[in-house]
Write a protein that binds this ligand. Structure first.
Ligand code: PMP
Length: 287
């Protein structure tokens, strides 16, 4: 049997998974989403992802499409049905289907779509060499803390980075401050201190970022939650990015300029190892 998707109460073949043309997600990007990594068939950091879903829904006054325990069950069911061992589960909730009108519909029911995708571990080459990033203007709205499906500025930045042969775009505001990546959080290491933007409305509070900060707190590594500029990033000893799909990935150049030695730094590698240990612990605990 081929891959299945979950669409509003039904498991359907992925190729035939469809929503109504008047789904408000389709017409207005009126919805939110989550992406949870799956390793050895286990959803990693599932609870904080569900917490963030609840936060995003609450901020936009969208009702949960099903209860949280039911959503947990459906996620597991889809991962199991698709035999997903390593990859991502994507779920999105929109305000539902209603005649097109900007105001919230009085009666629409929240719509839920879930898909899964296989994803291999990062290649040896990527881990050995790190990845290049490209700085791009941050064109987004002032509520980046909400994981909205409205991603046009992120898409444009990622495409521009891709065209510049970079793996990711680091988004920079008019003052030269790096907020985050187009789909990742941004970090630098300077004089032994690990620096990442604070969790405000200006960034998406990444779950990988949150977990890594928690894990690193017990290691004696100095952690500083403050904004940094592109100039600081270029002068940093190390840089890296975090996300549910990349975990902790070394960044070794920005706009073609080497960061530090131009190789993944030791603090970055230590943090990646700490994060992977935590994933392994979660898998053991679940089995
Ligand atoms: N920032 C943005 C803009 C993102 O889209 C993502 C990925 N969803 C992240 C950061 C990283 O978040 P997480 O660690 O939860 O994947």
């Amino acid at each position: 049997m081929g891959r299945l998707a979950y669409v509003n109460g039904r498991y359907v073949p992925h190729a035939q998974a469809m929503v109504h043309v008047e789904d408000r997600g389709y017409q207005f990007a009126d919805g939110v989403y989550e992406v949870v990594p799956v390793i050895d068939g286990v959803l990693v950091d599932e609870e904080p992802h569900l917490d963030r879903l609840g936060y995003s829904l609450g901020e936009l006054k969208i009702a949960w499409p099903v209860t949280r325990p039911v959503l947990r069950l459906i996620l597991r069911e889809l991962v199991a049905k698709n035999g997903l061992q390593r990859g991502l589960v994507y779920f999105q909730v929109t305000r539902g289907v209603a005649p097109r009108d900007h105001k919230f519909p009085a009666t629409a029911k929240s719509a839920l779509v879930i898909t899964t995708k296989r994803m291999p571990a990062p290649s040896e080459a990527v881990l050995r060499d790190g990845v290049p990033v490209s700085s791009q203007p941050d064109l987004r709205w002032p509520r980046r803390d909400i994981k909205s499906i409205s991603l046009l500025p992120n898409i444009l930045a990622k495409q521009a980075a891709f065209e510049a042969k970079a793996f990711e775009a680091w988004l920079v505001d008019a003052a030269g401050v790096v907020s985050e990546g187009s789909s990742t959080n941004a970090w630098i290491v300077k004089d032994g201190a690990v620096i990442t933007a604070p969790r405000t409305h200006d960034i998406l509070g990444g779950i990988t970022r949150l977990s890594l900060l928690d894990l690193a707190r017990n290691t004696g590594i100095k952690l500083v939650e403050r904004s940094f500029t592109l100039a600081e990033a270029l002068a940093a000893d190390e840089a890296f990015l975090t996300s549910s799909s990349a975990f902790v990935l070394p960044v070794t150049s920005i706009d073609g300029k080497k960061i530090g030695t131009g190789k993944p730094g030791s603090v970055t590698q230590q943090l990646r190892a700490i994060y992977l240990d935590n994933v392994t612990r979660q898998i053991k605990a679940a089995s």
